[in-house]
Design a protein around this ligand. Structure first.
Ligand code: ATP
Ligand code: MG
Length: 352
C-alpha cells in the first residue's frame, strides 16, 4: 500500500527517537512491499525558534494531507519561561484540535524485563494487557474558567455527541480484543458523569450487544488498577480522569521509554507519539530509549493504515529484542546498556 507519513521530530530527544521509528517503518515497508513517503515539518520549540509559532501553518497543512502523523516530543527548558507568550505545548494542543483527535489510546503491556523497575509486585504484572481510551477534547480542561479575588471555578461540560463518539471508539476497539469495556466516571457525585454512564450504557446495549460493560467509579478504579490490573482490557473515561489514570497505568510498565500512544478522530488520520517528554537531560547523547516511539509506529500501522500484521510484527520484534537483553540505560538498571541506534537495529534483527 501507499501512505504519506508526516514526521514531526519536535524537541530534545524527539528527533532521535523519531529517526529510530522511521528507520523501522522504512524497513517494514521494504520487506512487505509498501510505499511509504515521509515528509518532515517543525513543531514545538524547534518551530518557535524558526518561525515564532509552535504550530506553523505549513505543518498543519501537511498534517491535514497526510495519512498519519508521527510525533517525537515537544518542550524543554529553553522555552519554559512562564511569562512567554508562545509555548511548545500549544503546538500539540492545536494540532490535536485541528485534526479533531478526540480519543487518546494508551496501551499498557508490561514487559518482564521492566517488572523490577515497576513499583508493583511482579506477580500482579504478569499477563497485564490493557488499553486506556481517554476523551481528549472536552470536559473540565476546556470549560469556562473564572477567577475573582477569593474564588475560582472551572466548568465541566460534556455533550451527548462527545460521549457517544468516544464510547463507540472504545467499543470498536474492544470488539478486536476481549469484548470487555470498563467505563470510568464519578456518577455518584457529578452530573456530567451521570450523563456519561447513561450514554455508555445505551450505546453498548443498542449497538454493541456482544460487549460486556462494567461501570466503575474513578476512585475505586484508581485502586483496582494497581491491585488487579490483569482483570482489565479496554478502559474508557473522560478527559481529566483519563489524564490521571493513564499516568497511573504507566507505572505498571516500569519505564516511560516503553509506552506508545495514539490520538484518533473520526477520520483515518491519527497522531502517534511516545508518552514520554523531550527528556532534555539526555538529549543529543544517543542514549534515548527508542522503543516507545517504535511501538507508536506499530499503532500507526494498525489504526491509520489497517496493517495489523505489520503492527504485530513490530510489537513482537520489540518484545524479543527486550527479552534478548537489548536494554537502553533507563531499563538496564546500572548494568551495561546500549544506545538508541543499537536498540533500533536489535528490533529490526528480531522481526519475525
Ligand atoms: P514532559 O513535561 O514533556 O512530559 P516530563 O517532565 O514528563 O516531560 P520526560 O521528558 O518524559 O519528563 O522525562 C522524564 C525522565 O524520564 C527524564 O529523566 C528523562 O531522561 C527520562 N526519559 C524520558 N523519556 C526517555 C526515553 N525515551 N529514554 C530514556 N529516558 C527517558
Ligand atoms: Mg510528562
Amino acid at each position: 500500500m501507499r501512505a504519506d507519513i508526516l514526521v514531526l521530530p519536535g524537541d530534545g530527544i524527539g528527533p532521535e527517537v523519531t529517526a529510530a521509528a522511521v528507520t523501522v517503518l522504512r524497513t517494514i515497508a521494504e520487506r512487505r512491499g509498501h510505499e511509504f513517503t515521509f515528509t518532515e515539518r517543525l513543531i514545538g520549540g524547534a518551530a518557535i525558534d524558526a518561525t515564532g509559532e509552535p504550530l506553523p501553518a505549513d505543518t498543519l497543512a501537511a498534517a491535514k494531507k497526510a495519512d498519519a502523523v508521527l510525533l517525537g516530543a515537544v518542550g524543554g527548558p529553553k522555552w519554559s519561561d512562564p511569562q512567554a507568550k508562545v509555548r511548545p505545548e500549544q503546538g500539540l494542543l492545536a494540532i490535536r484540535k485541528a485534526l479533531g483527535l478526540f480519543a487518546n489510546l494508551r496501551p499498557v503491556q508490561p514487559h518482564p524485563v521492566a517488572f523490577s523497575a515497576s513499583p508493583i509486585k511482579p506477580h500482579l504484572l504478569q499477563g497485564v494487557d490493557l488499553i486506556v481510551v481517554r476523551e481528549l477534547t472536552g470536559g473540565i480542561y476546556f470549560g469556562e474558567k473564572t477567577r475573582t479575588a477569593d474564588s475560582a471555578s472551572d466548568l465541566c461540560t460534556y455533550s451527548v455527541g462527545e460521549i457517544e463518539r468516544v464510547i463507540r471508539h472504545a467499543c470498536h476497539l474492544a470488539m478486536t480484543r476481549s469484548r470487555r469495556v470498563t467505563s470510568v466516571d464519578k456518577a455518584n457525585v457529578l452530573e456530567t458523569s451521570r450523563l456519561w454512564r447513561e450514554v455508555a450504557s445505551r450505546i453498548v446495549r443498542d449497538e454493541f450487544p456482544e460487549i460486556e460493560l462494567e461501570n466503575q467509579l474513578v476512585d475505586s478504579m484508581a485502586m483496582h488498577l494497581l491491585a488487579r490490573p490483569r482483570e482489565y482490557d479496554v478502559i474508557v473515561t473522560e478527559n481529566m480522569f483519563g489524564d490521571i489514570l493513564t499516568d497511573e497505568a504507566s507505572m505498571l510498565a516500569g519505564s516511560l521509554g516503553l509506552l506508545p500512544s495514539a490520538s484518533l478522530g473520526e477520520g483515518r488520520v491519527g497522531l502517534y507519539e511516545p508518552i514520554h517528554g523531550s527528556a532534555p537531560d539526555i538529549a543529543g547523547k544517543g542514549i534515548a530509549n527508542p522503543y516507545a516511539a517504535i511501538l507508536s509506529v506499530a499503532l500507526l500501522l494498525r489504526h491509520s493504515l489497517g496493517l495489523d500484521d505489520e503492527a504485530n510484527c513490530i510489537e513482537q520484534a520489540v518484545a524479543s529484542a527486550l527479552a534478548a537483553g537489548n536494554l537502553t540505560a533507563d531499563l538496564a538498571g546500572g548494568t551495561s546498556a546500549i544506545g538508541t541506534q543499537a536498540a533500533t537495529r536489535a528490533v529490526i534483527d528480531h522481526f519475525p
